[in-house]
Design a protein around this ligand. Structure first.
Ligand SMILES: NC(=O)c1ccc[n+]([C@@H]2O[C@H](COP(=O)([O-])OP(=O)(O)OC[C@H]3O[C@@H](n4cnc5c(N)ncnc54)[C@H](O)[C@@H]3O)[C@@H](O)[C@H]2O)c1
Length: 338
């Protein structure tokens, strides 16, 4: 593969993936298409080599713009991370943006994949499309689990996934859809749960926790998500769906306690905030299909504490990155994604 088109490569996971691929494949060129919404940040990719990294500001739902980019660069594959991602924003307004980015966007990319005969398009989706598991349920989400999204963000992601499925079924367009669990790692926008908890603790402010704090998420380090997509680019089968997770279910309270232990502030105050409507109790991914292909997370459950430690260190080493986002009005306070 010589040229890869990445959608949403100025966001959290997308920028980590661009960095991962450029450092691993010295001959690879990446065309990074991002609309630069509030969540997109060119600082995330500012240090990448310009001769191998071309940034294009465009909306993936804009068919004319996307066809032009694809015709110009003729990528060997597309990996799309671009999406509106913040659950609370999808509940409290602006749902139209979610439909455009998360449903129309994948349709435009699927159509372009078909039209320009791109060999592979990987659509990055989320475990939230499967709905919720009960705390005591033995079941996990596997690739055949029926979609049952409970909030508008997840419903839009499910819509995009189904468009991708239909392009493969109807036209044979080579598309893979992935469902990953909650990511943590460098460059994560500060409105999300773990960076917000770190930031609040360091600022001496109480950590906000939804409801009883017993919401369970299956945490994966962003590098492990990137290595899974890297493997799928090489060995994934078109038309297939792959679940990605690191067998690392933790309640929010447990994650906060681990963070506080690392930060040496075990008694730091927490504050209960009003619960989110439609809040899913628990997510849990069965990643055995990926593991059967030889993929293994670098940060499995027993190394979560190391991953958190590395993340805290990254925030300490990149205080200027955080401060610049704060100056831009990034919401450290009013929203939390878990
Ligand atoms: N963060 C997680 O824990 C997680 C877990 C599983 C799956 N995912 C999926 O991974 C993808 C990336 O998530 P993230 O956390 O990095 O999100 P993010 O919000 O940090 O980044 C999203 C990026 O997409 C860009 N974007 C938004 N709408 C766009 C559009 N219409 N056209 C072009 N660019 C647009 C934004 O500017 C931003 O750079 C999403 O599709 C999300 O559903 C995320």
């Amino acid at each position: 593969m010589r040229t890869l088109l990445v959608g949403g490569g100025a966001g959290f996971i997308g920028s980590n993936f661009v960095r991962w691929m450029l450092s691993k494949y010295p001959d690879l060129k990446i065309v990074n298409v991002d609309k630069l919404t509030y969540a997109g940040n060119l600082d995330n990719v500012a240090d990448l080599p310009s001769e191998r990294h071309t940034f294009v500001r465009a909306d993936i739902a804009d068919a004319v713009a996307m066809h032009e980019v694809i015709e110009t660069h003729r990528p060997d594959a597309i990996v799309n991370f671009a999406a509106e991602t913040h659950v609370d924003r999808s509940i409290h307004g602006g749902l139209g943006d979610f439909v455009l980015a998360n449903v129309m966007g994948p349709q435009v990319l699927a159509e372009a994949t078909k039209k320009f005969a791109i060999p592979l398009y990987i659509q990055i989706s989320t475990d939230e499309v499967f709905g919720a598991l009960g705390l005591d349920e033995a079941r996990l989400f596997h690739e055949e689990t029926a979609f049952a999204p409970n909030m508008p963000y997840a419903a839009c992601k499910a819509g995009g996934d189904l468009i991708c499925r239909s392009y493969f079924q109807t036209f044979g367009t080579p598309i893979i859809v992935t469902h990953c669990s909650n990511n943590y790692g460098p460059y994560q926008f500060p409105e999300k749960f773990i960076p917000q908890a770190i930031s609040k603790t360091l600022a001496g402010e109480a950590i906000p926790i939804y409801g009883d704090g017993l919401y369970v998420r299956d945490w994966i380090h962003v590098d492990d998500h990137c290595s899974a997509i890297d493997l799928l680019l090489q060995r994934g089968a078109a038309g297939e769906v792959y679940n990605i997770g690191a067998d690392n279910e933790r309640s929010n309270v447990e994650v906060v306690e681990m963070l506080l232990e690392i930060l040496g502030k075990p008694h730091h105050p927490r504050v209960t905030v009003q619960d989110r409507p439609g809040h899913d109790r628990r997510y849990g991914i069965d990643a055995s299909k990926m593991k059967a292909m030889g993929w293994e997370p670098k940060y499995p459950r027993e190394k979560f504490i190391d991953g958190l430690r590395a993340k805290i260190q990254w925030y300490a080493d990149n205080a200027a990155w955080v401060e610049k986002l704060k100056a831009r009005g990034a919401e450290f306070n009013s929203h939390i994604k878990v």
